[in-house]
Design a protein around this ligand. Structure first.
Ligand code: NAD
Ligand code: IPM
Ligand code: MN
Length: 393
């Protein structure tokens, strides 16, 4: 699907840009279709960012290159280092340039103790999600080896679910304000924005995703669980509840389920086998995917995509810049490498994506990993091992 969407998008853009050709050729028969030969080469923007982003993204790039994927990579220096030099977070028209010139973006992480306001992270990361309207944050949760899961008796076949997080609304809009700051009467308001359009499109995306993405063992995803806090946050929760009911009725073959977010956290730790696909708002999605990463072996193992179907989408590991371990060659690069595989799969390069995932799985099983998941390798050495496997395969 993604390859078709991407190819179709390229073709449509060309078609729109050449509507004169389209019109004039309409009366001529036979006509040569006014599509350019579609180049298989995908253009990818690489933005490592801060902290361990600068260590794990080069490993992901190494593995992409080793896979032989037909891609053209361009690196950008957006992040704290650049901001501290020239005050620029996102260059003028930066997002328009990404949309125009690239098929996908591979991002590291943002956050640096030298930038206390975190303004660059807000403008680059949240700016990209919001301004490029990457409304679906897709975070797969897969256990590669029983040894990685802190729960007893849980095996890889038990954990294969997906969290679909709304990515452009909620409390992340940062609407609100502070009044009477610094006085005993200070008031801080943080609004939770939920639009009908935004809620409906993410819930529909979740059902469509369930239909099109079977589990790794080939079995279909038959349940979509909506997670909210509608017992306390009644206005927003009410909207999510009504929309979920309406949209789920369009997918009779999928069972709609619901949990309050507090109960879901308990269930995820007590018995994660029960989850198939979870759809939720921006903030709950952020929190439960760190929890879910814990089931997979920690943040170093978790991948994600920030998707707007048919548009330039962005892929990033779930983890942050981890300043305390940055620069020490200890960060786990597998979250970033699995993210790269997810991106290649999305761009239609399933063979390369599968080969990379298989190599990471083998590395985990043979403990050719960083220390956080039981191995003794450094970031670069773990990346080298996977890259070599991917090349040989
Ligand atoms: P974090 O994800 O950076 O780290 C949380 C914990 O997980 C730390 O103990 C860290 O050492 C560990 N960890 C994370 N990634 C790891 C990896 N690849 N290998 C081994 N261990 C890993 O979250 P945090 O500490 O809450 O935040 C640090 C900074 O990162 C903050 O500035 C935060 O805002 C930012 N952040 C950015 C993103 C992003 O850009 N997508 C995501 C989360 C946090
Ligand atoms: C994530 C991160 C971000 C988020 C932060 C850095 C704003 O935690 O991508 O999960 O909350 O979305
Ligand atoms: Mn997070």
């Amino acid at each position: 699907m993604p390859a078709e969407v991407s190819t179709l998008t390229t073709a449509l853009r060309f078609f729109q840009a050449n509507s004169a050709i389209q019109r004039s050729s309409a009366n001529l028969a036979p006509t040569v279709l006014p599509f350019p030969p579609v180049s298989p080469k995908k253009r990818i923007a690489i933005i490592p960012g801060d902290g361990i982003g600068k260590e794990v993204i080069p490993e992901a790039v190494k593995v992409i290159t080793a896979s032989g994927a037909d891609v053209e990579l361009s690196q950008f220096d957006w992040g704290a280092d650049r901001y501290l030099v020239d005050g620029v977070t996102v260059p003028p028209d930066g997002f328009a340039m990404l949309e125009r010139d690239f098929d996908a973006i591979l991002l590291g992480a943002f956050g640096d103790p030298r930038v206390a306001s975190n303004i660059h992270a807000k403008e680059i990361l949240l700016g990209m999600r919001f301004k490029m309207d990457l409304y679906a944050n897709v975070r797969p949760v897969r256990l590669m080896d029983a040894a990685l899961c802190p729960l007893k008796g849980i095996e890889p076949k038990h954990i294969d679910f997906v969290v679909i997080r709304e990515n452009t609304e909620g409390v992340y809009t940062d609407a609100g304000g502070v009044f009477k700051q610094g006085t005993p009467d200070e008031i801080a308001v943080q609004e939770d924005i939920n639009t009908r359009k935004g809620v409906e499109r993410i819930i529909r995306y979740a059902f469509e995703y369930a239909e099109r993405h079977p589990k790794l063992d080939g079995s279909p995803r038959k349940r979509v669980l909506m997670c909210d806090k509608s017992n306390a946050m009644t206005h927003a929760g009410g909207l999510w509840q009504r929309v979920f009911k309406e949209v789920s009725a369009e997918y009779p073959q999928i069972k709609p389920e619901h949990m309050y977010v507090d109960a879901l956290c308990m269930q995820m730790v007590r018995d994660p086998r029960q989850f198939d696909l979870v759809v939720t708002n921006n903030m709950f999605g952020d929190i439960i995917t760190d929890l879910a990463a814990g089931l997979q072996g920690g943040l170093g193992m978790a991948a994600s995509g920030n998707i707007h179907p048919g548009r330039t989408s962005m892929f990033e590991p779930v983890h942050g810049s981890a300043p305390t371990i940055a620069g020490k060659n200890v960060a786990n690069p597998f979250g970033a490498i699995l993210t790269a595989a997810m991106m290649l799969g999305y761009l239609g390069m399933a063979e390369q994506a599968n080969r990379i995932e298989a190599a990471v799985l083998e590395a985990v099983q043979q403990k050719r990993t960083t220390q956080d998941v039981g191995g003794a390798l450094g970031t670069r050495e773990a990346g080298d091992w996977v890259a070599e496997k991917v090349t040989r395969a």
